[in-house]
Design a protein around this ligand. Sequence first.
Ligand SMILES: N[C@@H](CCC(=O)N[C@@H](CS)C(=O)NCC(=O)O)C(=O)O
Length: 199
Amino acid sequence: MAPASQLKLYTNVRSRGSIVEWYLKELGVQYEPVTINMQKKEHKEEWFTSINPLGKVPALVHGDLKLCESGAMLLFIADKYDERVETAEDRALCAQWVLFAYTDMAELLFNKNLPEGRMEAVMTYLESRLAAHPFVAGPEFTIADVAVGSHLVFSKVFLPQLDLGKWPAVAAYEKRISARPACEAWASVVCGANMPPGK
Ligand SMILES: N[C@@H](CCC(=O)N[C@@H](CS)C(=O)NCC(=O)O)C(=O)O
């Protein structure tokens, strides 16, 4: 099995690769970042599509493993490097939050024809959790915060008209987690650029 330092992440600060980097940095896992110049369409070059056939960023390589899908990367990292993830139940809860972020939350960002009440339902759910716990999964920062928090950060770019102040616990949480050192650098680039990541 390749050591952690042989973890190679092909990424771009405005891509979902930033979500993966955030988690790696929180865990203190060594990795080699390889910046893909998306303006020059490096992600469509043959060497890159041999790693991710869809020509999308990010991609992760570890030993013989070539991984696409940033959500799958988070789950791989949790399983392999997050000491708090030990049992099938722990892994199931990691999957629950990653899938929630990448489906229910992503829908809020990308579906221009959201079903009536969908925004309110998802945000009220988050508000109730964050009013009761400092972090999404409970007392500690976990993969759940990377998955959910990154989508809240991206909401500033994709839904600039959204007033998170309607959900005060969510708004305070978004500020708190995006100020974490491992998140701050990319969050300020992404939000400062005010453009969809990687597009
Ligand atoms: N579901 C994929 C989405 C990957 C994706 O769409 N990446 C964007 C950047 S965030 C991209 O590479 N866009 C360029 C393209 O689709 O050609 C993931 O989460 O990794």
